[in-house]
Design a binder for this molecule. Structure first.
Ligand code: NAD
Length: 288
């Protein structure tokens, strides 16, 4: 049976490092501050905000919530973000997306200063994967997958990695991060021939699936000795969360796999808070 690559211990180890960094910041008189911008009262946003706030506060990061009514105008929202840009006491900002339909999400998102873009709202997040001198932070879910592989000491250099999914928020940045680790990366997507996706998965040392398609990765896609990172999360009709991997048939074959829930998702919010702490550290170095 496969080793379960649980996210909990990864988040715990990262939290230890963040507590140390927050202690260093405190000695210099700095408290990292995280702005959360929410428009409306979507249950998912409120629940994520609650979780992120709890995690941030536990690590010594202050959270400031900016809650705006569903009827907010684009100019009012842009003004809120510009205020956050100007406030030197705020180090990082998350805005829940997509925004209500009357608001132009990409236009509003572009307002945010790249140095405060801890949740990949602007194109700076992709830029940082393409150039080491770019300002910004990698998309959190992609980085969470990398953190898991590193924590469990899974070598990446020269390994064949197949990524399923090429969205700007998950699949594509994951592929770029893996290339930056010197892996040989193949990317499959919805228009790939299914037999190619299957063959590229079977041929890989590591499969990272971020399709949002429950049961996509079956026993036909895998072989002994492989590592599988299941990024997909879909709420099933049974009220449970399902990954992309048909885990009951894949787990007996592969060497290691991330569970759903309890895998990548449980590392993502720690990566996010980590970006806020990193932003505060960068500002401190700049000011010194
Ligand atoms: P998306 O819909 O934007 O992109 C899905 C990608 O998968 C697309 O590139 C599409 O071409 C590809 N795809 C879909 N079905 C496919 C198939 N049958 N074969 C090959 N490729 C296929 O979704 P997203 O925002 O990139 O999210 C992907 C998944 O990751 C979702 O399940 C989402 O819930 C999950 N997710 C998890 C976390 C986390 O923290 N664990 C965070 C964000 C997203």
């Amino acid at each position: 049976m496969a080793l379960l690559l649980k996210g909990g211990p990864v988040a715990e180890a990262m939290s230890q490092r963040l507590l140390d960094q927050c202690a260093t910041l405190k000695e210099a008189g700095v408290t990292p501050v995280f702005a959360i911008v929410r428009v409306g009262e979507k249950a998912n946003d409120i629940s994520y905000e609650r979780g992120a706030t709890k995690r941030a506060q536990a690590l010594g990061v202050e959270v400031r919530s900016f809650v705006l009514p569903e009827s907010v105008t684009e100019d009012q929202l842009v003004e809120t973000l510009e205020g956050i840009n100007r406030d030197s006491g705020i180090h990082g900002c998350l805005m829940f997306r997509p925004l209500p339909l009357h608001l132009d999400t990409p236009r509003v998102a572009r307002t945010l200063d790249a140095s405060k873009d801890v949740d990949a709202m602007t194109s700076s997040a992709m830029g940082v994967l393409l150039s080491p001198s770019a300002v910004g932070y990698a998309p959190c879910t992609a980085q969470a997958s990398l953190e898991i592989l590193k924590y469990y000491q899974i070598p990446l250099q020269g390994k064949r990695i197949t990524v399923i999914g090429k969205s700007m928020t998950v699949g594509l940045p994951t592929a770029l991060l893996m290339m930056n680790e010197e892996a040989t990366v193949s990317v499959c997507h919805i228009l790939s021939r299914p037999e190619d996706t299957r063959d590229l998965c079977k041929d890989a040392d590591i499969i990272i699936s971020a399709a949002g398609c429950p049961g996509l990765v079956t026993r036909d896609y895998v072989r002994h000795g492989q590592i599988v990172v299941d990024v997909g999360v879909t709420l099933g009709k049974d009220g449970k969360l399902h990954g992309d991997v048909a885990s009951e048939e894949v787990e007996p074959i592969v060497e290691a796999i991330t569970p759903v829930p309890g895998g990548v998702g449980s590392v993502t919010s720690t990566v996010l808070v980590g970006h806020v702490v990193e932003a505060a550290m960068r500002r401190l170095w700049k000011d010194q």
